[in-house]
Design a protein around this ligand. Structure first.
Ligand code: COA
Ligand code: ZN
Length: 304
């Protein structure tokens, strides 16, 4: 049996990473409904939206309205992605519970994503962390293309470790490594996780998963065996990245839950509720979803 952590935090990122890539605007009321349904399915954290430039991500231009309209279920942390101080100010106004700041490990991708060098991003990140302090807004950092970049190829692990070191120096306790383009294999996920754990044993490490090459679930398992205790995925495998060629959806949350519950983990999540939410999602986004579990359902015997 693999050695797994006693607890895993599943972060549902469908409303943000999932929807941001949808070309057709998803009405605010549908976003609110999705977040409300997910809130009742047992997640302790949901990335609800992002406070980025509406020109960069038009789909999430309604972030403030979404946050104002959702029902806040006690015990659920509503997080948002924040690219800069302007985003932080908007998130504070919207009473977001947690700010996920972002930097991309590769220069060319970071330029595309936030129009800055990695150095500029890290300097700005430090400013945002400082600005969040007086408001006592908890902050985490997501490091994009932590394993592979679509333009630069494999990311040198030392570069990622250097960024984690800076995050630790800023006083951050939580860092997430993102397989932004779903190109990592389980060996790479595990090797980087172990390297982070060895150098920064107190950091709570998360793994942001994409299923572009079918590695989502196996990477999750490899990650849990090697130091990550938090997984990020999307209901129905929604998602993609508007700034990455060929990027497809996140790992499917319901498939991760199906796997984890087999090991006695993620029991707080209502898998049947997830399947019910997922069943309606294709009409919300206007196209079919790539989830094996949604398509086939739970493995229950049928009459011959
Ligand atoms: N929220 C809302 N509007 C914002 C904003 C924010 N957080 N940050 C900047 N803007 C607005 C500015 O007010 C400005 O508006 P104007 O043209 O009407 O004056 C415009 O966006 C451009 O601002 P600027 O500071 O010049 O930013 P930029 O064009 O250099 O873009 C980012 C930088 C970071 C704002 C933008 O690239 C971005 O939001 N990226 C996010 C990408 C993303 O979400 N990626 C998802 C995967 S991690
Ligand atoms: Zn992603």
């Amino acid at each position: 049996m693999p050695e797994l952590p006693s607890e895993v935090l599943l972060v549902e990122v469908g409303p943000r990473d999932g929807l941001q890539n949808e070309k057709q605007f998803v009405p605010t009321a549908e976003k609110v409904r999705l977040i409300n349904e997910l809130s009742r399915a047992g997640f302790a954290r949901i990335e609800a939206t992002s406070f980025v430039s509406p020109k960069a991500v038009p789909q999430l231009a309604d972030a403030g309205e979404v946050m104002a309209a959702i029902d806040r279920v006690p015990g659920v942390q509503y997080a948002a992605l924040i690219p800069n101080e302007r985003g932080l100010a908007r998130a504070l106004e919207a009473k977001v519970d947690l700010a996920n700041l972002v930097v991309v490990a590769s220069e060319s991708f970071n330029q595309r994503n936030v129009k800055m060098s990695v150095r500029e991003s890290m300097d700005q990140l430090r400013q945002v962390v400082r600005a969040a302090e007086p408001a006592a807004m908890p902050v985490t950092v997501v490091i994009g293309t932590a394993y592979h970049c679509p333009f630069e190829g494999p990311t040198p692990p030392e570069r990622v470790l250097g960024l984690v070191a800076e995050c630790v120096d800023m006083g951050l306790e939580e860092v997430t490594l993102a397989d932004t383009i779903g190109a990592a294999n389980p060996y790479e996920v595990a090797a980087l996780g172990e390297a982070v754990r060895e150098r920064f044993p107190t950091v709570r490490l998360g793994l942001h998963l994409h299923d572009t090459r079918g590695m989502g679930v196996v990477n999750a398992l490899a990650g849990l065996q090697s130091g990550y205790t938090r997984l990020e995925s999307s209901i129905g495998g929604l998602g993609g990245c508007p700034f990455a060629p060929k990027a497809t959806g996140n790992a499917c949350t319901e498939e991760l839950v199906f796997m984890l519950q087999g090991y006695g983990l993620a029991r707080e999540i209502d898998l049947d509720a997830l399947l019910a939410i997922g069943a309606n999602l294709d009409t919300v986004v206007g196209h079919a979803l790539q989830s094996g579990l949604l398509a086939a359902g739970r493995p229950v015997p049928v009459s011959a």
